[in-house]
Design a binder for this molecule. Structure first.
Ligand SMILES: Cc1ncc(COP(=O)(O)OP(=O)(O)O)c(N)n1
Ligand SMILES: Cc1nc(C(=O)O)sc1CCOP(=O)(O)O
Ligand SMILES: [Mg+2]
Length: 197
C-alpha cells in the first residue's frame, strides 16, 4: 500500500497537489449538495486517471459506483447502509475506519482493503469522541489486522512519521498538516520524501 495518503476537501486541492507525486488521494467532501459532490468526484476521477493516482471517494459509495470510481472509504456509520455486495460486484475496493476493538472486528468481517485507525494523535479537523490512540495502539492494531494494510490517521505530521511507521502503520493519512501549511505544495513534496525514507 502507498505510504503517503493525502486527504483533501475539494477537487481543486486535489488538482493542485496530486501533480507533485501523490499516488493515493481521498476526496472528503462535507456539507455540499449531492450534485456538487458528484461533479467534484467525476472531475477528481478523470484528473487522477491522467496523473496515475488512486482516487478514494469518502462516504459517497453510491456515487462512486455510479461514476465508476474504484475505491471508497467508509466510517462505521457509513457502513450501516453501504451495499458491500454491490461494491464487490463492481470490484470497488474499500477502506474502513476503526477506533476500538468492536469496530475493528466489524471492519475485518467485511474483508476490507485497508483498516484505518485514528485518531493516533489529537486532530484539529473534527470533534472526535475517541481519545487519542497513541503508538502502542498502532502496534496492537497491526498485530490484529495482520496482512490487511493499516492506515494511521489523526494529527500526523512529518516529525511523527518515523514513529508511526515503526509501530506498524503501512500508510499515513493527513489533512491539516498539509492543508494548513504555508506552502501546501512544498509540504506535500516533503511528506512524500519523508514517507519514502
Ligand atoms: C483514511 C481515513 N481514515 C478515517 C477516516 C474517517 O472516516 P469517518 O469516520 O467516516 O469520518 P469522515 O471522514 O467521513 O468524517 C477517513 N475519512 N479516512
Ligand atoms: C477524518 C479523520 N478521521 C479520523 C479518525 O480517527 O477516524 S481522524 C481524522 C482527521 C484527520 O485529519 P488531520 O490529519 O487533520 O488530523
Ligand atoms: Mg465517513
Amino acid at each position: 500500500m502507498e505510504r503517503f495518503y493525502l486527504i483533501v476537501g475539494h477537487v481543486s486541492q486535489l488538482e493542485l497537489l496530486v501533480p507533485h507525486g501523490v499516488r493515493l488521494v481521498q476526496l472528503r467532501i462535507k456539507d455540499q449538495p449531492e450534485t456538487e459532490v458528484r461533479r467534484q468526484i467525476a472531475r477528481a476521477r478523470d484528473f487522477c486517471a491522467v496523473h496515475g493516482a488512486q482516487l478514494v471517494v469518502n462516504d459517497y459509495w453510491q456515487a462512486a459506483l455510479d461514476l465508476n470510481c474504484g475505491f471508497v472509504h467508509l466510517g462505521q456509520e457509513d457502513m450501516d447502509n453501504a451495499d458491500f455486495a454491490a461494491l464487490r460486484r463492481k470490484g470497488v475496493r474499500f477502506g474502513l475506519s476503526t477506533h476500538d476493538e468492536t469496530e475493528l472486528e466489524r471492519a475485518l468481517s467485511h474483508g476490507p482493503d485497508y483498516v484505518a485507525l485514528g485518531p493516533v494523535y489529537e486532530t484539529l479537523l473534527k470533534q472526535m469522541k475517541w481519545a487519542t490512540q497513541g503508538l502502542d495502539r498502532v502496534r496492537r492494531w497491526k498485530q490484529m489486522v495482520a496482512d490487511t494494510p493499516l492506515v494511521a490517521i489523526g494529527g500526523l505530521t512529518i516529525d511523527r512519521l518515523p514513529g508511526v511507521f515503526a509501530a506498524g502503520a503501512d500508510s499515513a493519512a493527513v489533512v491539516t498538516d498539509i492543508q494548513q501549511a504555508p506552502d501546501p505544495e512544498a509540504q506535500t513534496r516533503d511528506w512524500i520524501k519523508a514517507c519514502a525514507a
